[in-house]
Design a protein around this ligand. Structure first.
Ligand SMILES: Nc1nc2c(c(=O)[nH]1)N[C@H]1C(S)=C(S)[C@@H](COP(=O)(O)OP(=O)(O)OC[C@H]3O[C@@H](n4cnc5c(N)ncnc54)[C@H](O)[C@@H]3O)O[C@H]1N2
Ligand code: MOO
Length: 405
């Protein structure tokens, strides 16, 4: 029965609604990339600060600069050293890219169209008024907001903050996310694996995903399938902005997360989503700390990481958070009609002869298969009850590399 299962959109909406952004902190400009602004950045100067030349050449009066005219060169205006005088009729000032346009001049003759000779310059091509001049404030004006609050800073933004003379940025603290892997069978990568054991890939994969989303992951010690052990480790949750568990989310008698956290005052928000992989997601709150309980199957844990945890980190970081971006591509093979759970088919992407991006889903879609997930470029989205599709029909995909996952 699917009637007790939440839709992905509703689940994400409820997870996001329960989150508040982290507090602001001040960081040096160089530390700002990838952080989210808690306060907008205001230009502390006007750029360019005056009309400047966009080219190397001669600043002059356009009216004088007719073809064949010869003008007296009365000085020079390199970038950073403005010419103090005024350009009069029949005169020119040698100028360089970024140099202030001297008073009196209204055009720049590029040096390729000029011939310098002993204190004068010959105009080989007429100059037009305003040509090759960058007007004062062309880029930005002092006091204006150049970057809004809520923006996740790119390398370009860091350049703009620097150019507008801002050495400090006010950003949200990176959300600290605790990861708790549960299960008797789980061991750490590199440790001996006992019979029936399995290496905990989830904690490490989720830590990398959290980092890619701008969070700061902390991997807690593995908790065995024992309510007391889980409760003890989860006791550290109050120090974090979110607790993410993996495993123990389903209905088996060893699936103890809800039971263990219940003793610690866990309040359940919802359990189970109409999706595959990843149905048994738990969402709730332990004291003031939001809890996201992800399934143990590695592909399920990471798919839910993309659909719920990454948006949650965005929201905690001061952005709205929402569905991951999708693209429209073609399916290489026919797709069967879907059942009531939204499906996420692991698929590779390629470009066909006509230049279309084509998705080829893996033949076996099992939620334990990490090699298939690692090889995949995208998740093909199949809505609940989506009809069968012929080959080369359009489908929506999440491109994993775009998210850094
Ligand atoms: N009778 C039912 N059985 C199951 C259902 C169901 O609805 N009814 N749901 C299935 C689905 S869907 C999923 S997904 C799994 C997830 O269940 P759990 O969250 O309780 O996960 P576990 O049982 O603890 O583990 C499942 C699987 O994943 C491995 N695992 C666990 N932790 C890790 C880790 N940190 N790194 C790597 N692999 C991990 C674990 O060894 C198991 O093989 O339940 C289905 N069952
Ligand atoms: O939903 Mo489970 O996540 O299919 O394996």
């Amino acid at each position: 029965m699917a009637s007790d299962l939440l839709s992905i959109e509703e689940a994400r909406g409820r997870i996001l609604a329960a989150l508040t952004p982290t507090v602001a902190e001040t960081v040096a400009l160089a530390e700002g990339a990838g952080r989210v602004l808690a306060r907008g950045v205001t230009a502390r100067l006007t750029q360019p600060p005056a009309d400047v030349s966009a080219m190397d050449g001669y600043a002059l009066r356009a009216a004088d600069a007719t073809e064949g005219a010869r003008l007296a060169v009365i000085g020079s205006a390199p970038a950073g050293r403005p010419f103090e005088g005024e350009v009069g009729p029949g005169q020119a000032v040698r100028i360089f890219t970024g140099g202030f346009i001297p008073a009196g001049a209204d055009a720049v003759l590029i040096q390729e169209d000029a011939e310098a000779d002993n204190g004068s310059v010959l105009v080989k091509e007429a100059a037009r008024a305003g040509r090759h001049i960058r007007r004062r404030g062309l880029d930005f004006v002092e006091g204006s907001e150049v970057l809004p609050a809520g923006r996740k800073l790119t390398a370009r933004d860091i350049g703009l903050a620097a150019a507008s003379n801002n050495p400090w940025l006010t950003v949200h603290r990176r959300p600290r996310i605790a990861i708790l892997a549960t299960g008797d069978e789980i061991t750490l990568p590199g440790d001996p694996v006992p019979p029936g054991g399995i290496v905990s890939s989830n904690a490490h994969a989720l830590a990398a995903l959290i980092r890619a989303a701008g969070g700061e992951p902390v991997i807690l010690p593995i908790a065995p399938d024992d309510t007391r052990a889980i409760a003890e480790v989860a006791g550290a949750a109050h120090a974090f902005d979110m607790l993410v568990t993996t495993g123990g989310a389903s209905v088996g008698e060893h699936d103890l997360v809800q039971q263990a956290l219940g003793g610690e005052g866990f309040e359940l928000g919802f359990w189970k989503i109409a999706m595959r992989p990843g149905k048994p997601v738990i969402s709730g709150r332990l004291g003031r700390t939001p809890v996201l309980g992800l399934p143990g199957n590695p592909v399920s844990a990471l798919t839910c990481g993309v659909l719920f945890l990454m948006p949650a980190i965005a929201r905690l970081s001061g952005q709205p958070g929402g569905p991951p971006p999708t693209r429209r591509v073609l399916t290489a093979v026919p797709l069967a009609a879907n059942d009531q759970r939204a499906d996420h088919l692991r698929a590779t992407l390629s470009i066909d002869k006509a230049g279309h991006v084509v998705a080829t889903p893996a033949e076996v879609q099992d939620s334990s298969m990490l090699a298939t997930l690692a090889r995949a470029d995208a998740l093909v989205l199949r809505a609940p009850h989506a009809p069968a599709l012929p080959a080369m029909a359009e489908v929506e995909v999440i491109v994993l590399a775009e998210l850094g996952v």
